[in-house]
Design a protein around this ligand. Structure first.
Ligand code: HEM
Length: 547
């Protein structure tokens, strides 16, 4: 007998047994066990020695699904924990996509300061944004055209336009408080009774009303309150993480998104045509008027559908970012009555006239209101509305050793096809950089020697390298640990408008009412693209008594 004989017998017996099982049952058995086989193979694969030039991959049990659950629950906690375990660079699997996260100021610089031919925003975003914004703009055109479009928009966002916007925003908020049900107790004129409002509902409504009254123009402002509210909400419903992960699914939200896009695009085109035909005069110069005057470097004017789609993009870019920031800000102010009082006193000192009436703030004056300014900055530090910024890798790209390296002489390389992500939220909450980093403390911005002041200066136009990507000189800011508006060539162009809108809204509200928070501070909701406060998020308010 040879050594193999008993085995031969056993194998023969096993094959006989398998042969006796009906093929349908065999197929069923294989199918049932497939997930287990896949999990086992995935685990074995992760245990195999790896190419040392690839960043470490976050351990995960289920192939393709990867770290979707822990990332989706709380991305910031997920990044922080992975950072502690794997260092400043790691790759995680998100429903079949390889996402390489680079943390810290160096990580921000790697993603935001990279060449756009290597790290591409349009490849990362277009499947989400183009069905919502429309064709031929933003991420549905070459980057050079986007830079020109940003220049056109910046022209519309100039200071002399801003000056006319301040009284319009103040008026819009005042009317809102006088008429909307959210402020019913305020309308009763009783100075002793407290009412409540859902802060996100109020800030969302105020943001769209004020943005449309100013940037979007009178026709859009009237349409929003009339028949188009549901259409805008359907468009919005197509702008979620699910739509980024699955570009097209046979679900109602995708169909409604496409119908809404067509209706809104047609609405803008008809506004543009009517304006061109009638040549009517506007209350204030708005963005449509501004875009209608612009020409690409090639000498071609913008087509009507391009103007329409840029307008949709601006509406979507500003709506949730500003309403989220305003909501978090109001919640913190309500939670810190002493800061609410300081904000109010700053308004009294600067804008209360001897006859007891209020004077409208000037755009230039906002910068000289330290309490209001630092309250906005600090809110954007603790709650940047966009927690992750992503690009798609078009060519294998080496990671600088200052960010991370596998060994003293080695270099990590992020492969083509990966998404690279930076997270301003992580560097803005990093306890190694910021004192009491998780605490919302606006006073940190008034310490001239502090980290906040240094980071703020580096991020803004006052200091640091300035560069023109095609839409005017901006501070580079790519390696700043504070960058709520992004940095580099894709840096936000709505920053100044957002500051002016938020300042004006907050000041108008705080002049009229005191705020307090009677429920626990809300948790962030990460199921939406923009980080919003979860319910309950009611703020209590009481009409102020004037002498
Ligand atoms: C880009 C944040 C308001 C228009 C960005 C980016 C961030 C950001 C982080 C960079 C995205 C990236 O690099 O992938 C914010 C915040 C806002 C705000 C926190 C309010 C608090 C606005 C407003 C507008 C606007 C009001 C329009 C009026 C844009 C545009 C881009 C942009 C056009 C450029 C996209 C690109 O070049 O790829 N914003 N934004 N944003 N934002 Fe804003």
């Amino acid at each position: 007998a040879t050594f193999g004989e008993p085995w031969n017998g056993y194998v023969g017996h096993l094959s006989e047994q398998i042969a006796s099982v009906p093929p349908t049952r065999l197929a069923l058995l294989a199918l049932v066990n497939l997930p287990i086989i896949a999990i086992v193979l995935n685990v074995l694969y992760q245990l195999l020695p790896k190419d040392p030039s690839r960043p470490p991959v976050v351990w995960h049990w289920i192939p393709l699904f990867g770290s979707a659950a822990s990332y989706g629950q709380d991305p910031i906690k997920f990044y922080q924990e992975c950072g502690e375990k794997y260092g400043n660079i790691f790759t995680f699997i998100l429903l079949g996509r390889r996402c390489t996260v680079t943390l810290g100021a160096e990580g921000n610089n790697f993603v935001l300061g990279g060449k756009h031919t290597d790290l591409c925003a349009e490849d990362a975003y277009t499947h989400l944004t183009t069905p919502v914004f429309g064709k031929d703009v933003v991420y549905d055109c070459p980057n050079e055209l986007l830079m020109e479009q940003k220049k056109f928009v910046k022209f519309g966002l100039r200071n002399d336009n801003f000056r006319t916007y301040m009284p319009m925003i103040e008026d819009e908020v005042t009317q809102f408080m006088k008429k909307q049900d959210h402020f019913r107790i305020f309308q009763m004129n009783d100075i002793n009774e407290w009412g409540t409002f859902d802060v996100l509902d109020v800030m969302s409504e105020i943001t769209i009303l004020t943005a449309s009254r100013t940037l979007q123009g009178p026709e859009v402002r009237d349409t929003i309150t009339a028949s188009y509210a549901d259409v805008f909400s359907d468009l919005d419903g197509g702008f979620t993480p699910i739509h980024w992960l699955f570009p097209s699914l046979p679900l109602p939200s995708y169909r409604k998104r496409d119908i809404a896009h067509k209706k809104i695009s047609d609405l803008y085109v008809s506004i543009i045509r009517k304006r061109r035909e009638s040549g009517s005069k506007l209350e204030a110069p708005d963005m449509i008027a501004s875009l209608m005057e612009q020409k690409y470097r090639s000498g071609r004017a913008l087509k009507d559908h391009e103007i329409a789609h840029i307008m949709i993009a601006l509406l979507m870019a500003g709506q949730h970012t500003s309403s989220a920031t305003g909501s978090w800000l109001m919640l913190h102010v309500a939670d810190h009555p002493e800061i609410g009082e300081a904000l109010y006193q700053e308004q009294v000192k600067n804008f209360r006239l001897p006859n007891g009436k209020w004077r409208t703030m000037d755009f230039e004056e906002i910068k000289d209101l330290p309490v209001l300014d630092s309250v906005i900055r600090e809110t954007l530090r603790v709650h940047p509305p966009i927690h992750s910024i992503m690009r798609k890798v078009r060519t294998d790209i080496a990671v600088p050793a200052t960010l991370a390296s596998p060994s003293e002489n080695g270099t990590y390389v992020v492969p083509t096809g990966d998404y690279v992500w930076s997270s301003p939220a992580v560097s803005q909450l990093d306890p190694r950089i910021w004192k009491n980093s998780n605490e919302w403390d606006p006073t940190r911005w008034s310490d001239p020697q502090g980290m906040a002041a240094a980071a703020g200066r580096a991020y803004e136009d006052s200091e640091g390298a300035k560069i023109d990507y095609g839409f005017g000189l901006v501070s580079k800011g790519t390696d700043s640990p504070y960058q709520p508006f992004g940095a580099g060539r894709h840096r936000c162009i709505g920053e100044q408008f957002a500051y002016l809108q938020l300042s004006s809204v907050i000041a108008t509200v705080i002049r009229q009412v005191e705020l307090k928070l009677e429920t626990p501070f809300p948790q962030p909701n990460y199921q939406t693209l923009i980080t919003l406060p979860k319910k309950p998020r009611a703020i209590s308010y009481r009409r102020r008594q004037f002498d």
